[in-house]
Write a protein that binds this ligand. Structure first.
Ligand code: C6P
Length: 400
């Protein structure tokens, strides 16, 4: 059996999305900015797709939804543009990010820091959650931007972005949230708490790779980083990815319709997996279930090196991960496990299982069985497990 449980890294394209995209490769391939029928053939589908994208996040007509290649691009744009406009000009001198942001925010923040900007890194609590009150401790009227993700990619932990956006506004700072792990998993309404910027990618909710969106609130427009043509009002130049945008629109529409299914049925399967794996002794989960997205489980098996576990799972046909796919080659400990202060040996044992609406009960049963066997095998050959401190001495408790 082959089981895909790495949906926080990327997802399968929904066949209905694929069908919607198909005509825009060979049949209707005109550049939408050209002045002929090949171009205008693409306009109706582009318009419909954009309307769907605006509708699912409830973006007001006054705001911008700019189509981009991915969340990495959008996150870079937000941070670097704020640096150019607010920091380099001397208006402000500080930005705030969390310690557990994706590398596309963290590495960009570090780059900006190397250019002389002050950067504060908000810590997480023992549940892997950034608390809004921690923002109050560091924010000043010289803070240009607060950038905190909506849902964490490793634990699924949902952060109090509404409250943080409010605090940022009190100090005259812009607020950005990386919502790539939130869209399609929890309701999104940008008119609810009015972030200045919200970023996400289609490939996380069964849309195509290579297309993402950046929502910008009216009045918070950014300096373009790609100068060129007049596409997207000149804010984002470059020929539009027509099939990608059409696919993203369809994927968003389906994800919005499937939101209840995601929050109830996918959660049931995730909980089934979690309950069964927590029966294994010396097994830990960081974030409580009601504080994370329904599809995600980050679980640590003491004495079982994460990479060894992935090897066993992969041999059984199961795809999982030790955390963020971008960091999988460095063999570093899991970012969130480190941020909550888990002991070094335990931090290396975290495995992320991320489900989707295509995951079946049969696949979960198979995964439970294979994971239990792998833990047993790997612990039997683990010299560290025999001597490792057990149970609550780790500073982590199993959470149900
Ligand atoms: N996280 C993961 O395995 P792109 O690839 O640019 O569309 O998305 C980047 C990105 C940005 N923010 C968050 C919170 C993310 O989770 C990701 C992608 C994958 O966790 C691949 S590294």
């Amino acid at each position: 059996m082959r089981v895909y449980l790495d949906n926080n890294a990327t997802t399968m394209v929904d066949p209905d999305v694929m069908r919607e995209m198909e005509p825009f490769f060979v049949e209707k391939y005109g550049n939408p900015n050209s002045l002929h029928a090949f171009a205008s053939q693409t306009h109706p589908a582009l318009k419909v797709a954009m309307e769907k994208i605006y509708a699912v996040i409830n973006a007001p007509k006054s705001g911008w939804v700019l189509m981009r290649t991915c969340t990495t691009e959008s996150n870079n744009w937000v941070l670097k543009s704020i640096y150019l406009e607010e920091i380099l000009t001397g208006k402000k001198n500080h930005i705030v990010v969390s310690e557990v942001e994706h590398p596309s925010v963290l590495a960009t923040a570090k780059y900006i820091e190397s250019m002389g900007c002050k950067v504060s890194y908000l810590p997480v609590n023992s549940e892997g959650i950034v608390e809004a009150e921690r923002l109050r401790e560091v924010i000043t009227d010289k803070t240009a931007l607060v950038s905190v993700m909506w849902a964490n990619n490793e634990t699924g932990a949902i952060f109090p972005v509404e409250e943080m956006a409010q605090i940022a506004a009190e100090y005259g700072a812009k607020f950005h949230t990386d919502a790539v792990q939130a869209v399609g998993k929890i309701p999104i309404d940008v008119q609810d708490f009015e972030p200045d910027y919200l970023t996400f990618s289609a490939h996380k909710f069964h849309g195509p790779k290579g297309v993402g969106a950046l929502y910008i609130k009216k009045g918070s427009e950014l300096t373009p980083l790609l100068h060129g043509g007049s596409q997207m009002g000149g804010l984002r130049s470059g020929t539009l990815n027509v099939p990608g945008i059409v696919g993203m629109g369809k994927a968003m529409e389906i994800a919005a319709d499937a939101l209840d299914f995601e929050m109830v049925e996918v959660k049931e399967l995730r909980d089934m997996l979690e309950d069964a794996l927590l029966e294994i002794p010396d097994t830990f989960v960081v974030t409580p279930r009601n504080k994370r997205t329904a599809n995600t489980l980050l679980i640590a098996f003491r004495g079982v090196e994460g990479e060894a576990m992935l090897w066993d799972l992969n041999r059984a046909g199961i795809a999982a991960s030790t955390g963020s796919a971008c960091a999988s080659e460095d063999l570093e400990a899991n970012t969130v496990m480190e941020a909550i202060g888990a002991a070094e040996d335990l931090a290396h044992t975290a495995i992320r299982f991320s489900l989707s609406r295509f995951t079946t009960e049969e696949e979960i049963e198979y995964t439970i069985d294979a994971t239990k066997k792998a833990v047993e095998r790997l612990r039997s050959i683990s010299s560290s497990y025999a001597y490792a401190p057990k149970g609550h001495e780790s500073g982590l408790e199993a959470r149900h």
